[in-house]
Write a protein that binds this ligand. Sequence first.
Ligand code: PLP
Length: 468
Amino acid sequence: MKYYDKLVFELSKEGRRGFSLPENTFPSAAPLPAQLSRESALELPEVSEPDVVRHYTNLSQMNFGVDTGFYPLGSCTMKYNPKINEEVAALQGFADLHPLMHAGLTKGALKVYQEMGKALAAITGMYAFTFDPCAGAHGELTGLMIMRQYHMGRGDLARTKVIVPDSAHGTNPASAAVCGLEVVEVKSLENGRIDVEALKALLGPDIAGIMMTNPNTLGLFETQIEEIASLVHGCGGLLYYDGANMNPLMGVVRPGDMGFDIMHLNLHKTFSTPHGGGGPGSGPVGVAKHLEDCIPDLRVSGFHGNFGVILRAYAYILSLGKEHLRKVGQYAVLSANYIKESLKDVYKLPIEGVCKHEFVFDGLVNDGAREGVPGATTLDVAKRLLDYGFHAPTIYFPLLFHQALMIEPTETESKETIDAFIEVMRKIAAEAAEDPRILHEAPHCTPISRPDETTAARNPILKYQDAR
Ligand SMILES: *Cc1c(COP(=O)(O)O)cnc(C)c1O
């Protein structure tokens, strides 16, 4: 362990301080009640300002983020977060607002909600948006509550089932279940699209609606969407659009025009606001005109959602403008197809053809398996990428393939970065073919190699533990 790897508690030295406070000159008119005062001093590390700064700076460097490198995480759209967004969100007039302030003092913020609602309606073809939901999954739950409210409002109480494709993001069936709806799965065809014949067999008076994303999680456009929409509407159901995959569509195709009635957007994906370890989310929900009345009484968060995130996304939309928003998807699609075509001789491509913003490989063509040595898996490839300074793609999702490796490059990466990624992916494939053992033990160059992920999730250690 390097000296600087020590934690602040280990660096603590009695009496050392990183601050000084002025003397308290207030008379203690109201002394603290005895039962509220501490019996013994709080055990805090006693350290200097440089100790604290180095501690947090070193910790930050043990992590990976879009500001440190390429992050091709499929389905999650880890695009670069422009710094102008941060400047706008930090403007004093916005940063100093409080949600309980008098409405007369918050007109600027209200205007942002209004303008943002108009922009998102124009981009998606929806009629109105609510900004309360604080994440994509939160938006799904809100959207399904609207769907349920719509049916119940018409006295149609038998509609308790929601159809979800087998390629769907895990949050879709989970949100339906949380909303008290029963999930019915519809299978995909060999070509990765919904099996419309199988869908027809599921439709009936018990169907509340269908949840879909288009392009789906394989990055493939559901070409029969118009037929699907008219079938679902024909049986009395509604169409919910999971807008986390909106990146390739902005300015090109609108879910509203495809026939969707309700949708959410992930501002923290498509609209470039930080997420993952980097910041909170926002999952605004839009509805078609005939559902407008189902929105207003819903309150799914404390105040009005994550305003700071909405502001950042608004800054993003304004800084790109109509003409450049359209290019986002075009470049994202170009980058994804370029990577796919450049690697498909060494990674198995289960579904040929043009993809949208992302695509899925099904492991290595030659995993190097030999007598007594198992082949390199998708997990091994992902771990090895970390040694070369790239974040891993999404792995083992969607569940349709055993060795799924889902890559989404986004439009914010240069050709040089993408070429470097392709070169490294090819190098890893060659390493696997030669001797997969180097991959089994990767990563070799990160602060932590392979944590036991199951134990880490089931029994997380969330508090400082004295290592002395
Ligand atoms: C990310 C994602 C979600 C969930 O969004 P969160 O903000 O993580 O809750 C839902 N569907 C798809 C396709 C996604 O990629």
